[in-house]
Ligand binder design. Structure first.
Ligand code: TXA
Ligand code: MG
Length: 317
């Protein structure tokens, strides 16, 4: 049985109680909902993999409350990490850093490097504060499926498999954190996210896409709706005879609206709004009575690059 509690103080205490007992709990973050467990307890972490049906070659992000807690998790000697964290923490930027022994190998899939971020969501922070230890947390969805940006999405995907979901409302950003690794004076972007490459470039170091060393869990097919999804430049590219049986994910207010189902990411074409709504729109289209889905491409600079990354993976079968 999965209980959903709105995130009041007693709910935080219930969550911490479960975490202390080595259980998993779904918690809101500013990016997407996470499925959290004690990052220092291999057995608790194994429960995450089990609930998500996640392959163990896909490592987890460790979430910390403070700089002090970070130092117990990873070795932070690179000055650029300090500069970037000063600007973006707490927030949606994850660093891949040399791991300390406190973190079991299962968290990193055997790698000597651990991914770490300091989340900004007040509910997640309260739980970290009360629990006192770092939390490993992947997105709280079945492996390979659409990421959850509302408590209801988590319930739909993991209901019956996890004991508790703390409902903190819809996630403000709606797209997973940017993951970076810094080496040889270069910022390698392993996953595009809310902190864009353009923003990272302002720190004066080269920023590279690192397709050869992309994050290990970044499979070509990911974030998949159950229905097949194709990318188009605009609604005009979809054969009219298919409109009725199709769900269309429009970037801006579309010129054609005769689809079986339609979702608009942002009527005004605001890319921040589009990112925040992306996974919610995909969840709704997936549930709509249509046979297949189409998504309109968005401009692929800034935050649009992260949206296009998710849409492209969602379209691969
Ligand atoms: O915004 C987020 O990052 C959300 C919230 C819950 O914090 N978390 C999230 O976790 O998106 P997840 O597990 O869905 O994606 C984390 C990805 C992994 O698939 C993997 O590609 C990468 O982070 N990753 C984790 N540890 C890594 C490591 N040691 N080295 C390289 N990549 C790593
Ligand atoms: Mg995920």
């Amino acid at each position: 049985m999965t209980t959903v509690l709105s995130a009041a103080p007693h709910a935080v205490a219930t969550a911490v109680d479960l975490l202390v007992r080595g259980q998993v709990v779904a918690l809101p973050t500013e990016t997407v909902y996470g499925l959290a467990a004690d990052a220092t307890d291999a057995e608790a972490v194994a429960r995450i993999f089990e609930a998500k049906n996640r392959p163990s070659f896909d490592p987890l992000i460790v979430h910390v409350r403070s700089w002090e807690q970070l130092q117990g998790v990873a070795d932070v000697t690179e000055p650029l990490v300090h500069d970037l964290a000063d600007k973006y923490w707490p927030g949606p930027l994850t660093f891949v850093l040399p791991k300390r022994d406190s973190i079991p190998d299962l968290v990193t899939s055997g790698s000597s490097q651990v991914a770490v971020r300091m989340p900004a969501h007040p509910v997640f922070r309260e739980v970290l504060q009360a629990f006192g230890k770092p939390l490993a947390a992947p997105s709280a969805n079945r492996f390979g499926r659409i990421s959850p940006t509302e408590a209801g999405h988590v319930l739909e995907s993991l209901g019956g498999k996890i004991p508790l979901i703390l409902d903190g409302g819809p996630c403000a950003m709606g797209i997973e954190s940017t993951i970076v690794r810094i080496s040889d004076g270069t910022i390698y972007v392993l996953r595009d996210g809310p902190v864009s490459r353009e923003e990272l470039l302002r720190f004066g170091y080269p920023v590279s896409g690192a397709s050869d060393s992309a994050a290990p869990g970044q499979l070509a097919s990911h974030y998949a709706p159950r229905k097949s999804l194709s990318l188009v430049n605009s609604a005009a590219d979809i054969p009219p005879e298919w409109h009725q049986e199709s769900g269309f994910l429009a970037f801006k207010s579309p010129s054609q609206t005769d689809f079986g189902a339609i979702e608009v990411l942002s009527p005004t074409g605001d890319i921040v709004e589009a990112a925040a709504r992306l996974f919610g729109c995909l969840h709704r289209l997936d549930a709509a009575p249509v046979a297949r889905l189409w998504a309109e491409r968005v401009p692929s600079d800034g935050l649009g690059r992260a949206i296009m990354d998710r849409l492209t993976r969602a379209s691969v079968r």
